[in-house]
Design a protein around this ligand. Structure first.
Ligand SMILES: Nc1nc2c(ncn2[C@@H]2O[C@H](COP(=O)(O)OP(=O)(O)OP(=O)(O)O)[C@@H](O)[C@H]2O)c(=O)[nH]1
Ligand SMILES: [Mg+2]
Length: 239
């Protein structure tokens, strides 16, 4: 099995000395993905009765804000913990902790996504058996996280009203694979000229039938439907 850390540099180097650089890139990437998929399957088995969400979006769309409010609103009856990935700082884990949930920060350095092994190490620090919901906040990025299974039950792609309605068309994979799409910052939609129908059409085009939740993590508008969805999916997982 290739060591993912040792091989990562080969994969990203655009000017390597390999005679057939294209072939090497494919081979190394494939071995990294195979390794990741194995660890993701082990994570999925370990998560058992706990619902696991993987939240992906551009930087600053409001992933942590959504989680802060979700943690506060679910705290009455559900035990929630959060694993957060960022290139640097533990700012988001500190925010989640202040909102009342256990949180573990993964600092990825130069890596633009979370991998299953990083999540496996992070959840070692949590009491998984005592949890109802585990949320993984991925590194802010609409490209890299799309390829990496973490062992989650649901992938949630978040889009904010400030980003442009065409993002689902420009970054289709991360919307296509989503189990739910959240449109955040509806409180400022009018001020930023957000064209709601265009955004909904773009989501429907790349990911037909995927549920869309329009909300504001700041004001709380629309949160009820989102939280009801989380509860429903937890109940469905537990049968
Ligand atoms: N108006 C408004 N601002 C919001 C909302 N949600 C988040 N914000 C603001 O958007 C900024 C980014 O929010 P974060 O929660 O840090 O976003 P993030 O996606 O976690 O960012 P990264 O972790 O850096 O990728 C902050 O200034 C938030 O206060 C919202 O619903 N409405
Ligand atoms: Mg964040």
């Amino acid at each position: 099995m290739a060591d993912p850390v040792a091989t990562r540099d080969v994969r990203v180097s655009p000017h390597g000395t390999a005679v057939t650089p294209g072939a090497r890139v494919v081979q190394v990437q494939k071995s990294l993905m195979t390794h990741n998929d194995g660890v993701a399957a082990a994570n999925r088995a370990a998560f058992k009765g706990c619902l696991v969400l993987n939240i992906v979006s551009s930087p600053g769309s409001g992933k942590t804000a959504l989680l802060e409010r979700s943690v506060r609103e679910l705290a009455g009856d559900l035990r929630v913990a959060v694993v957060v990935g960022d290139l640097e700082t533990d700012n988001d884990a500190v925010r989640i902790h202040a909102a009342g949930a256990p949180s573990v920060q993964i600092v990825t350095g130069t890596v633009c996504h979370l991998e299953a092994e990083m999540v496996a190490r992070a959840v070692d620090q949590l009491d998984l058996a005592g949890l109802d919901v585990l949320v993984i906040e991925n590194v802010g990025n609409l490209v890299c996280p799309a390829s990496w299974d973490l062992g989650e039950d649901l992938r949630v792609t978040l889009l904010s009203t400030t980003e442009g309605e065409d993002k689902p068309l420009k970054y289709p994979r991360i919307f296509k694979d989503a189990d739910a799409v959240v449109i955040n910052k509806v409180d400022i939609a009018e001020a930023v000229g957000f064209e709601r129908e265009r955004a909904l059409d773009a989501v429907a085009k790349v990911s037909p039938g995927t549920p869309v939740f329009e909300l504001s993590a700041r004001t709380g508008e629309g949160m009820d439907a989102w939280l009801a969805f989380v509860r429903e999916r937890l109940a469905a997982k537990r049968g």
